[in-house]
Design a protein around this ligand. Structure first.
Ligand code: RFL
Ligand code: PHB
Length: 409
């Protein structure tokens, strides 16, 4: 195995920080992308250090994705962190789509031979932290002022401060896994970076409640009052969302107001079954489509939300982050195991080809399911026509199912 980086010559676990470390891959961001990459590299004997701006509890407190594609499941297996997911996750082989009181099902298994897994991002992240900790992996929390230096040279390094002390990591590569608000993307010079963005004129108000889910499958609802989604984490933990105004704040919505609004947006027979209870989390997420190109600059590689954002309607965010990790991990393996730069050289093009397809699907599904403030009666009739086409046409359902379970890597 190629090892021109030498393994870390200081074993440094928080809270002790050496002024200088050396590793093979410095990973900025301890969210799901960064942790998954770090664990996969570890399985192949490639050393990394993860720098996380927040604490572990903070990262685990964020309620986000709930639906995992098969590609991510395979990566979790390869990373050796799939046991709890296999035991506690819920395979879903279809989803429900409603408009008004009409509802139909898209059967994923029938159309693609595959299912998705309902298992929360929080649990994925918890499993990855546990594996990294068990392996003695270096994760440094509460880092500030991260700067990626000389990424366009063969000797990149990263500086940061923690507890007021500055430290430096010399490395072969830097993986920018630091989400939409991280520093990695902006390290790529303006004259190299191209950005594509679409902002949607609404948000999602989400709640988590310790109540049984209204249905054993997810319901995506297009109603005249706006979109709603009935999702879940387990038999006694439900996740619901309703489309809301961007000017709303979670405190504008009492639990009672949320439940009443949700009931109005889903078919009457489902609304009757809805079990309500106090929310244990309530938050608003804006909806955005965003892609930055290229995803590689010299020895810096962007992964996940650092490079792209999708509106959550198709459950593609975490899953697209996972496909980036797949391409980068295999590229780095190729470099260290076969002395080849082919994988890292094609990383940006391969990752972006799949990213754009996920962007298209998420944009399409969002456009189909939401009410837009400037939507005309004509626009609405087109939405209904498209929903009726999807309901009755096998080829349309197959295209939807293929995208939902995840396009192949
Ligand atoms: P993350 O999760 O944002 O993690 C980035 C980490 O980097 C840290 N960080 C820094 N660390 C060091 N130095 C800096 N300068 C740093 N700046 C930031 C942050 O603290 C953080 O810990 O990005 P990552 O790892 O790429 O993962 C992406 C996913 O989190 C995201 O795509 C999904 O959550 C999107 N998403 C969904 N995706 C799905 O695939 N299926 C779903 O069902 C789904 N539902 C959702 C979602 C996102 C949502 N919100 C809130 C945006 C539902 C919602 C409501
Ligand atoms: C979720 O359970 O949080 C969830 C599920 C499906 C989506 C988005 C979010 O499309």
């Amino acid at each position: 195995m190629r090892n021109d980086a030498q393994l870390a010559f200081y074993t440094c676990t928080p809270p002790c920080h050496s002024a200088l470390m050396k590793t093979q891959v410095t990973i900025i961001g301890g969210g799901p992308s960064g942790l998954l990459l770090s664990q996969l590299l570890h399985v192949r004997g490639i050393d990394s250090v993860v720098l996380e701006r927040k604490t572990k509890d903070y990262v685990l407190g964020r309620i986000r994705a709930g639906v995992l594609e098969r590609g991510l499941l395979d990566l979790m297996r390869e990373a050796g962190v799939a046991d709890r997911m296999e035991a506690e996750g819920y395979p879903h082989d279809g989803t429900l789509i409603s408009y008004g009181d009409e509802m139909f099902r898209v059967d994923f298994t029938k159309h693609t031979g595959h299912a998705v897994m309902v298992y929360g991002q929080t649990e994925v992240t918890r499993d990855l932290y546990a594996a990294r900790e068990a392996a003695g992996g270096a994760i440094i929390y509460n880092v500030e002022d991260v700067v990626i230096c000389d990424a366009d040279s063969d000797t990149p390094y990263v500086t940061y401060t923690v507890d007021g002390k500055t430290a430096r990591i010399n490395c072969d590569f830097v993986a920018g896994c630091d989400g939409f608000h991280g520093v990695s993307r902006n390290t790529i010079p303006d004259n190299v970076r191209r950005e594509y963005e679409k902002i949607y004129p609404f948000g999602w108000l989400g709640i988590l409640s310790e109540t049984p889910p209204v249905n054993h499958e997810l319901i995506y609802a297009n109603s005249e009052r706006g979109f709603a989604l009935c999702s879940m984490r387990n038999e006694n933990l439900s996740r619901y969302y309703i489309q809301c105004s961007l000017s709303d704040s979670p405190s504008d919505w009492t639990d009672t107001a949320f439940w009443e609004e949700l009931r109005r947006r889903i078919p009457a027979d489902q609304a009757k079954k809805l079990v309500t209870g106090p929310s244990i989390e309530k938050s608003i997420a804006p909806l955005r489509s965003f892609v930055t190109e290229p995803m590689r600059w010299g020895r810096l590689f962007l992964c996940g939300d650092a490079a792209h954002i999708v509106p959550p309607t198709g459950a593609k965010g975490l899953n697209t982050a996972a496909s980036d990790v797949h391409y980068l991990y295999n590229g780095l393996r190729d470099y260290y195991e076969n002395d080849s730069t082919a994988g890292i050289d094609s990383y940006s093009a391969k990752a972006l080809a799949r990213v754009w397809k996920a962007e298209r699907f998420s944009w399409w599904f969002s456009s189909l399911m939401h009410r837009y403030p400037d939507q005309s009666a004509f626009d609405h009739r087109i939405q209904v026509a498209e929903l009726e086409f999807l309901r009755s046409n096998d080829a349309a359902q197959q295209a939807m199912a293929e995208n939902y379970v995840g396009l192949p890597y």
